[in-house]
Design a protein around this ligand. Structure first.
Ligand SMILES: O=c1ccn([C@@H]2O[C@H](COP(=O)(O)O)[C@@H](O)[C@H]2O)c(=O)[nH]1
Length: 253
């Protein structure tokens, strides 16, 4: 997580700029450039969502070009929510890191440890879905296990153990449920959380920071996607979010 920590400190920001491009080809190419260029100053990381690129002709090429446009030193997390047996996961990892040039990925831990380990390369960031931001997530993730705790607790614990073994493994925890953020933080006191749900999904930034920041005032990457894509002035919207975070954080990182 060193590249991420360096960037968080250099930008004094916990903002992850989500890239979920919509529009016709010309609009998307123009807007992607604008959003990346205008928000870079404030971005601790960028998170392109793979689905929004795969749904376009030449989407993989567009994704590569977008990643290349991100200034050196700012991590790019490819949100692919990858999850498959290790042999297949290895190919997803090659795609994300070697073809696209991403610094990190999101993974779905439902298939177990071996679905995650192929992504755990030195210097790479892996965020495992633990407690997601969508409301119906509770139907699976809150299921109580006979051995105690819930399925999301189990995902968090798997991620923590893998982080202890390999390094570079964090969690995805939605900003739409501050109680769940606090629970995940109790289970994983040290790890980085990638936190989507602020903006279009209505997550409460203040409650999320209170629930999830580590004592060092860090450990959260707060993602927002549509709110920046749709903003008239993406730079101003990103700056405003970062300023709100400064006001709400107990201390600078
Ligand atoms: O639990 C999750 C995991 C991933 N996402 C992704 O984050 C962004 C959120 O976009 P907004 O426009 O800010 O709502 C999007 O790419 C999701 O697929 C998530 O929302 N929740």
């Amino acid at each position: 997580m060193q590249k991420l920590l360096n960037r968080v400190q250099a930008a004094n920001s916990l903002l992850c700029v989500g890239l979920d491009p919509v529009g016709d080809d010309a609009q998307v190419a123009r807007r992607l450039g604008e959003v990346v260029d205008q928000t870079s100053e404030y971005a601790a990381a960028f998170k392109p969502n793979l689905a929004f690129f795969l749904s376009r002709e030449n989407g993989v090429q567009l994704l590569r070009e977008t990643v290349q446009r991100v200034p050196e030193g700012i991590p790019v997390i490819l949100d692919g929510k990858f999850g498959d047996i290790a042999n297949t996961a290895d190919h997803y990892a090659r795609f994300a890191y070697d073809i696209i040039g991403a610094d990190g990925v999101t993974v779905n831990p439902y298939m177990g440890d071996d679905a995650i380990v192929p992504f755990a390369r030195p210097g790479k960031l892996v965020f495992a879905l633990a407690k997601t931001s969508n409301k119906p997530a509770h139907s699976l993730q809150d299921v109580a296990l006979t051995r105690g705790g819930s399925l999301s607790d189990c995902a968090a614990t798997i991620a923590r153990k893998l982080d202890e073994a390999h390094g570079g493994i964090g969690l995805v925890v939605g900003a739409t449920n501050a109680e769940a953020v606090a629970r995940m933080r109790a289970l994983c006191p040290e790890q980085w959380f990638l936190v989507p749900g602020v903006g279009a999904q209505g997550g409460d930034l203040a409650a999320t920071l209170r629930a999830g920041l580590r004592p060092d005032g860090s450990g959260l990457l707060i993602n927002t996607s549509r709110a920046l894509w749709q903003a008239e002035d993406a730079a101003a919207a990103a700056r405003e979010l970062v300023e709100q975070m400064h006001q709400l954080r107990p201390m600078a990182v």
